[in-house]
Design a protein around this ligand. Structure first.
Ligand code: NDP
Length: 256
């Protein structure tokens, strides 16, 4: 029998960017722990396909297609959830993009797009979720998705690095303001995971070899290896865990 502290029955979780990749794996894990899930993405077809795959496994799934970088779209999405009587108890700010380019070649538009998608989105969606959690006075859980680049830089991914470093500090800022309302804001920092975002890197023998030699576990992570950490941070098991970033990285940040 599973431990009751990890039971998410009766809770609703919104996971941004959950039509595929890590977001979908996290949504599935929260559903397996008992939560009703609201999945999100920008591409409605991909979202419908992802939601169907989760429903086929017997999970309760709602869809909310919206662009996490668009303030009006985020507010409208929460208004639609309100109208449908769906209260978000758990928010996972997961939607993200990558763009690889040397810093000297980067345009302002490219910088802005990466910052908006990976960092500003967590503020926008987090603000709407927290406003409602505070008003309901039942607390809540916010899980922001960071990265190894929340701690360490790597060439050609400067805006992503700045955004993910920002995610670590935004998580602490949320904690400073919202912990007193019973909202636990924490982050997960995945290591190199085998998802669509990394297809080109996995297929590049040099990069693949570097990941495997640099990671103490000697392999890429699998999306479902975030499941336990996500359930922990979404559940009563983490009710006194605030403002932390938990790395799930096969040990990469622990060694030189
Ligand atoms: P994927 O590229 O596989 O999936 C990205 C998801 O985000 C898709 O569902 C996509 O929706 C959604 N998305 C992108 N832009 C927006 C937007 N503007 N509004 C709403 N949804 C959007 O990425 P991963 O699963 O690999 O990454 C997920 C998160 O994990 C990101 O924050 C990433 O930075 C982080 N991460 C990933 C690592 C990895 O190794 N893969 C390592 C460390 C962190 P759609 O299908 O509609 O495009």
């Amino acid at each position: 029998m599973s431990h009751p502290l990890f039971d998410l029955s009766g809770r609703t979780a919104l996971v941004t960017g959950s039509s595929r990749g890590l977001g979908r794996a996290i949504a599935e894990a929260l559903a397996e722990a008992g939560a009703r899930i609201v999945v999100n993405g920008v591409d409605p077809e991909r979202l419908a396909h992802g939601a169907e795959a989760l429903r086929a496994k017997g999970h309760a799934v709602e869809t909310a297609a919206f662009d996490v970088t668009d303030e009006a779209a985020v507010c409208d999405a929460f208004a639609r959830l309100d109208a449908a009587g769906i209260a978000v108890d758990i928010l996972v700010n997961n939607a993200g993009i990558q763009l690889r380019k040397p810093l000297v070649d980067l345009s302002l538009a490219e910088w802005d797009q990466v910052l908006r998608t990976n960092l500003t989105s967590a503020f926008l969606v987090g603000r709407e979720a927290a406003r409602r959690m505070i008003a309901r006075q039942r607390g809540g859980k916010i899980i922001n998705i960071g990265s190894l680049t929340s701690e360490a830089a790597r060439a050609t991914v400067a805006p992503y690095t700045a955004a993910k470093g920002g995610i670590k500090m935004l998580t602490r800022a949320m904690t400073a303001e919202w912990a007193a309302h019973g909202i636990q804001a924490n982050a997960i920092g995945p290591g190199y995971m085998a998802t669509e975002m990394n297809t080109a890197l996995i297929q590049n023998p040099d990069f693949d070899g570097w990941v495997k030699s640099r990671t103490p576990a000697r392999r890429w992570g699998l999306p479902n290896e975030l499941a336990g950490t996500a359930i922990f941070l979404a559940s009563a098991a983490s009710d006194y865990v605030n403002g932390q970033i938990l790395y799930v990285d096969g040990g990469m940040l622990a060694v030189l």
